[in-house]
Every structure is written in structure tokens, then in C-alpha cells.
Design a protein around this ligand. Structure first.
Ligand SMILES: NC(=O)C1=CN([C@@H]2O[C@H](COP(=O)(O)OP(=O)(O)OC[C@H]3O[C@@H](n4cnc5c(N)ncnc54)[C@H](O)[C@@H]3O)[C@@H](O)[C@H]2O)C=CC1
Ligand SMILES: O=C(O)[C@@H]1CCC=N1
Length: 263
């Protein structure tokens, strides 16, 4: 089967690692982790049998090489490992922006699959958008991320910018909204601790609602009694298209940044 190399155990890399360890999607004995500093998730993986920073000759057994470093770092990070990496290893990039063709050139023609996951992969409850130029690479992406995320396959690489702006970044938008809701609750008279507990629990409760088949319109409708309290809040939030405008501007800015990173 071959080894899976994870290069970079930062915010997202550690979430991926936690998801794999939790689900067994990648057996710890098949994991090679490359990290310049000690990381709790890497240490947990090591205790379960993974190799952390082994001699680079170990990369000759790699079937997949996951780039978990920042877009500005991958070229430098690939330099020392390239000559050791199995010729047939599939390069799995979770980097925002950087194009598959550019990565493939940097990895001397190896196949590339691009994935845009959310940090929810840590709890095996992520969502991951997948694009690859060839089916074999796409399958590697599915095998690695299917067990820890709901996967959405794209036919067009360019649409990854939009998927990144909506989904890769999306959890932060919801957390930001939740924080704003808690702050508004404090303004309205709640104690800060109660306001934060209520806002966080409401996010979880709303998330449970979207597990089912109901449309978003139906879900909103169920909360908003006609002429009632929720409707008053929704009317204020959407006055002159305010909510759509602010969300659209966030997505547009993220798409622009992702496009900038693609060079
Ligand atoms: N944080 C997120 O929610 C998401 C991040 N991404 C992508 O994931 C990648 C990583 O992002 P974050 O985890 O947020 O950044 P981060 O800065 O938290 O993690 C990057 C890690 O790479 C390590 N690193 C740097 N040079 C290295 C090298 N030569 N060898 C091994 N490790 C090295 C750093 O020590 C750091 O721990 C980025 O390309 C980003 O676009 C994609 C989707 C979501
Ligand atoms: O903020 C970032 O650049 C990365 C990509 C999507 C989520 N986090």
C-alpha cells in the first residue's frame, strides 16, 4: 500500500492527523510526519507507531505526499525531500490558491490532487473539496479524506477559489458570527459567560438542524413564527440586503486572495 507523508503539522495539518488517528483512515504505521518542531498531534501519532522526521530515505516508500505547509513555503520545503521521494508518489496539496500544474512542475511531473478541507476533519466531521487532473490522483484524495470529511468533487480547478472562500474559510465566518451574536447578547443584558454559552450551543443546535433533508428556507421558517420575534430579527438583519452584502463581500475578498496566491 505504501506510506503517507504529511509535511507540516500546523493548524490544518494537525487537524488532518487527528482525524486519521481517530478513524484509522491511515494506519499510524503507514504515516511519516515531517515537522520542524514538536507538535502534540505528531507526538500522539509517534506513540501509536508513526515515524516522525525519519531519515529521508524513508520517503522512497511514499504513495502519497501531503503538503500541509503555507503557500509561500512549499517550494523551499520541497527542496530537501524531492530527491528522496518515490517517483510515483501522488502529491496531495491542501494549500489555498497554488495551482496543480505549478505544484506538479515543482514535483518533477508527479500527479497532484488538490483538496480544500475544513478543520472539522479533526473530529472526522470535515468537508473537503477535491480536484485532480487524473482519476488515480483523485482516488488518492478520496481515500485520504473520505473517512474524515464529506467530499465534494469538482471538475474545474478554477472553482476551487470559490470552494475555498465558502468552505475552507467558512468555519471562521460561522465562529465570527457566533462571537458577534454573543457580544450582541451582552449588549442586550446577558452576562458574558451566559451569552457565549448560549451562542456556542445555538451554533451546535443549528448545525444539528442541517443534518436532515430540510431546505434552508424550511429550517428558517420553522424558527420564525409569523409576526413573531425571529422575524423581527431577520428583517433587521436583512435590511437593504445587509446580510447578503456582507457575506458576498467576504467571499469576494477570499476569492481575490486565493487568486492572488495562485500567482
Ligand atoms: N487552517 C485552515 O483551516 C486551512 C488551511 N489550509 C491550507 O493549509 C496549509 C497550512 O495552513 P495552516 O495549517 O493554517 O498554517 P500553519 O502555519 O498553522 O501550519 C504550517 C506548518 O508548516 C510547518 N512547516 C513549515 N516549513 C516546514 C517544512 N519545511 N517541513 C515541514 N513542516 C514545515 C510549520 O512549522 C507549521 O507548523 C496552507 O497551505 C493553507 O492554505 C487549507 C484549508 C483550511
Ligand atoms: O486562511 C487561509 O488561508 C486558509 C485557507 C482556507 C482556510 N484557511
Amino acid at each position: 500500500m505504501g506510506k503517507v507523508v504529511l509535511q507540516g503539522v500546523g493548524r490544518l495539518g494537525s487537524a488532518i492527523l487527528e482525524g486519521w488517528l481517530k478513524t484509522g483512515a491511515v494506519a499510524p504505521a503507514d504515516l511519516i510526519i515531517l515537522s520542524p518542531s514538536e507538535k502534540p498531534a505528531a507526538e500522539q501519532a509517534r506513540a501509536m507507531g508513526a515515524q516522525v522526521n525519519p531519515p529521508l530515505e524513508a520517503l522512497a516508500e511514499a504513495r502519497a505526499f501531503v503538503i500541509g505547509v503555507k503557500p509561500a513555503k512549499w517550494v523551499e520545503a520541497s527542496r530537501s525531500i524531492l530527491s528522496h521521494l518515490n517517483r510515483n508518489a501522488v502529491i496531495v496539496s491542501v494549500m489555498a490558491g497554488v495551482r496543480g500544474e505549478t505544484i506538479s512542475e515543482g514535483f518533477v511531473g508527479r500527479s497532484v490532487v488538490r483538496i480544500m478541507p475544513t478543520t472539522g476533519v479533526a473530529q472526522a466531521r470535515g468537508v473537503a473539496t477535491i480536484w485532480a487532473a487524473d482519476d488515480a490522483a483523485r482516488q488518492v484524495g478520496q481515500d485520504l479524506f473520505g473517512p474524515i470529511a464529506e467530499t465534494v468533487h469538482l471538475d474545474e480547478e478554477d472553482v476551487l477559489h470559490a470552494a475555498t472562500a465558502v468552505s475552507g474559510c467558512g468555519p471562521a465566518y460561522f465562529f465570527d458570527f457566533t462571537r458577534a451574536l454573543a457580544r450582541a447578547g451582552v449588549e442586550a443584558g446577558l452576562e458574558p459567560e451566559a451569552a457565549e454559552r448560549l451562542a456556542r450551543a445555538t451554533l451546535r443546535s443549528a448545525a444539528a438542524g442541517v443534518e436532515g433533508p430540510d431546505s434552508l428556507d424550511a429550517l428558517i421558517d420553522r424558527v420564525a413564527s409569523p409576526g413573531g420575534v425571529t422575524q423581527a430579527g431577520l428583517i433587521a438583519m436583512n435590511e437593504n440586503g445587509a446580510l447578503n452584502r456582507v457575506v458576498q463581500s467576504a467571499v469576494d475578498a477570499a476569492v481575490a486572495k486565493s487568486t492572488e496566491l495562485s500567482g
